[in-house]
Write a protein that binds this ligand. Structure first.
Ligand code: MG
Length: 164
């Protein structure tokens, strides 16, 4: 069996007049993340972690924010496409551990829904997906409420006889 690990980090600015979408879940909030797609920083970090595990570049190369075709796109579509490629290359996600750093709103009540949504997109069981939320304690851009940052680490294993 061959194991590979990947990490991803993504940060987006919080602004008025945008929906807040994290892990594919829309969360009631005065402000949302600014970005070309739906700006789902958590899903973007997971995409980068999967791409990183197989040394396939990054999300920005694959879905450039200069391409109008990606404006407003649901980031679950990016993730579904990437995990499909991971499988085509003979690997299967083992587990995923994520942290979202955000001052407000409180994310704890939404973590179960995010895990369920991501489990559906990745076609893995939700018990393989960990999402933690932490606050910036008033420090840095997250602590000041200027934005949110998501971190993801993923382990993938080769499916027998396929991956290298
Ligand atoms: Mg992003």
């Amino acid at each position: 069996m061959s194991l590979r690990i990947g990490q991803g980090i993504d940060r987006h600015r919080l602004v008025e007049g945008r929906p807040l979408i994290l892990g594919g879940v829309r969360i009631a909030s005065q402000r949302g993340l600014l970005g070309h797609s739906d700006a789902d920083a958590l899903t973007h970090a997971i995409c980068d972690a999967l791409l990183g595990a197989l040394a396939l570049g990054d999300l920005g190369q694959r879905f450039p924010d200069t391409d109008e075709a990606h404006r407003g796109r649901d980031s679950q579509e990016f993730l579904a496409e990437i995990v499909q490629e991971v499988r085509e290359r003979g690997f299967e996600p083992v587990n995923l551990d994520c942290t979202v750093m955000a001052e407000a709103p409180r994310l704890a009540p939404h973590l179960a829904a995010m895990r369920a949504r991501l489990a559906q997109t990745l076609a893995v069981s939700a018990d393989r997906i960990s999402i933690k939320a932490t606050r910036g304690e008033g420090l840095g851009p997250e602590g000041r409420g200027e934005g949110m940052t998501a971190y993801a680490v993923v382990l993938v294993e080769s499916v027998e006889g396929k991956g290298q």
